[in-house]
Write a protein that binds this ligand. Structure first.
Ligand code: XMP
Length: 513
């Protein structure tokens, strides 16, 4: 292995990819693997360091996830976090118990400057805790290097064996100096040099895609959104004309979007791609007729997409691989890890059980949205494309609450176009994570001219977010909202009321379904 690698071993915690992302932010390449990876594989991969994640289990339960004790004897530095720290202690003969008081949330921690982990970290910090068990006694050979009022061992180290552990979560934003603690581990313990950049990811991904695909033919499911565009350009750099991009215009896109995507990726655009646009609006509307349940809509749209791609693949002939621009939040919210299903993102959990491709390739699966954007810039994709608003695969299908019809699509497309125009005129779009109009299935009474109306209510949404896993409602200036509302009711037939959504994520989600 010619690059510095840190491995995160996943014991079922919530923040596993966040740890990997923080390490990548330190310019050290990092990947997450299941805790079952095994010692032989680890030896082969020769990582510079290993991080054990948190997890919901108790080390004393028979079925709790465990790794071999020998993993701690390889001479490779290990950092255990939360459950990972308890596991380290348990495997090496320390004592883990149920804490007299559980600690959840922000907790005062007293650190010991003598530890390399806490170099340039103040003595007293606030750290994020989430545990019911704790290490009551560190294993022999370990020194306690942080405590809380509840935890006698909030962090411990065995310098000689390069083993470190924290009961708290340094990867979480709420932990003060958390990134510094992780960077102390990768630089001062693992001795990484920090030479990795997003350009290295791009180069590595191109190399491994070439290896995997060989002379095979690839079909990329292109929606024109940031993720699938980055995936398409990555693939085109890797395998050139072996790639065909198929853009399914399902009639659930934003206003004029189909033509805009074609202008960029079609024959007149800057990329050397084989591009096929499939106009399949009617087919999707037909499938969605009478369907109101959000998950069912998502699954239908996801399945229909795949059927379109399969049909196109048959026409091209001998296509082995389907490429999708799935990114990490799609995976986690579709509940493919240990986490609960929030919603089935169409390119992940919305996939039908049986898919007529040899393999599905998702080269961006472990990246967060902002990392995908950095990869896009590295690939030379123009900024206006890379910084486009994210748009969900099921499109307006999940922005129209209740049954989807062509008429409702027209309403939400027109309202959304007005909203976007007003946001852009006001020059506030760049600071917003995502903003769009959706259609409620509520109709209410209004008056226009001297007539009674009984029309739909459009809802406007704008959120601030960087990772799309959490979001705050954005404070859009009243003049912008007022102008947008007035234009929508005047210009969009079928709407007599405009609402603004003031909820964050959690408890809401960004999309409505
Ligand atoms: P939620 O609504 O889950 O959205 O808070 C988080 C981010 O994911 C986008 N999103 C999707 N993207 N396929 C996608 O490619 C999907 O099925 C899907 N559902 C939501 C959403 O627009 C937001 O950016």
């Amino acid at each position: 292995m010619d690059k510095e690698l840190v491995i995160v071993l996943d014991f079922g915690g919530q923040y596993n990819q966040l740890i990997a992302r923080r390490i990548r932010e330190c310019n050290v390449y990092c990947e997450v693997y299941p805790y079952t990876l095994g010692i032989e594989k680890i030896k082969e991969m020769a990582p510079k360091g290993i991080i054990f994640t948190g997890g919901p289990d108790s080390v004393y339960n028979e079925e709790s996830p465990r790794c071999e004790k020998e993993m701690l004897e390889l001479g490779i530095p290990v950092l255990g976090i939360c459950y990972g720290s308890q596991l380290m202690s348990y495997l090496l003969g320390g004592t883990v118990k149920t804490a007299p008081v559980s600690e959840f949330g922000k907790t005062e921690v007293e650190t010991d400057g003598g530890s390399v982990l806490f170099q340039e970290v103040p003595k007293n910090i606030i750290a994020w805790m989430s545990h019911t068990d704790y290490i009551s006694q560190a294993p022999e050979g370990f020194r306690v290097c942080a405590t809380t009022s509840v935890c006698p061992v909030a962090a411990m180290e065995n310098k000689e064996k390069k083993l470190y552990a924290t009961q708290f979560h340094p990867e979480v934003m709420h932990t003060q100096y958390g990134k510094k603690i992780l960077s102390n581990f990768v630089y001062n313990v693992c001795r990484c040099t920090g030479s990795w950049k997003m350009s290295s990811f791009v180069d590595e991904a191109i190399k491994s895609l070439r290896n995997k695909i060989g002379n095979g033919k690839v079909l990329c499911a292109l929606s024109g959104g940031v993720d699938s565009s980055v995936a398409a350009v990555l693939l085109s750099k890797a395998v050139g004309r072996q790639l065909t991009c198929v853009f399914a215009d399902h009639g659930l896109l934003r206003k004029n979007e189909g033509d805009e995507v074609e202008a960029v990726f079609g024959p007149d655009g800057p990329y050397e791609l084989d591009f096929i646009r499939v106009n399949c609006q009617e087919r999707f509307y037909e499938k969605l007729k009478g369907i109101t349940e959000p998950e069912q809509k998502r699954k239908i749209i996801g399945e229909e997409f795949i059927r379109v791609f399969e049909e196109e693949a048959k026409k091209i002939g001998a296509v082995d691989f389907l490429v999708q621009g799935t990114i990490y939040p799609d995976v986690i919210e579709s509940g493919l890890g240990k986490s609960a299903v929030i919603k089935s993102h169409h390119n992940v959990g919305g996939l039908p059980d049986c898919v007529d491709f040899k393999e599905i390739i998702e080269p961006l699966r472990m990246l967060f949205k902002d990392e995908v954007r950095k990869a896009g810039i590295e690939l030379g994709i123009p900024e206006h494309l890379v910084y486009r608003q994210p748009f969900p695969g099921p499109g307006l299908g999940i922005r129209i609450i209740g049954e989807v019809t062509a008429e409702k699509c027209r309403i939400v497309q027109d309202a959304d176009a007005i909203y976007r125009e007003e946001i852009n005129k006001a020059g506030i779009g760049k600071n917003l994570g995502q903003y769009f109009a959706a259609l409620t299935n509520m109709r209410s009474v209004g008056v226009m001219g001297d007539y009674r109306t009984y029309d739909y209510a459009v809802v406007l949404r704008a959120v601030n977010t960087s990772d799309f896993m959490t979001a705050e409602p954005a404070q859009i200036p009243w003049e912008v909202l007022g102008k947008t509302a007035s234009r929508i009711v005047n210009e969009v037939k079928g709407v007599n009321r405009v609402l603004y959504d003031c909820t964050g994520k959690p408890p809401a989600t960004i999309e409505f379904e």
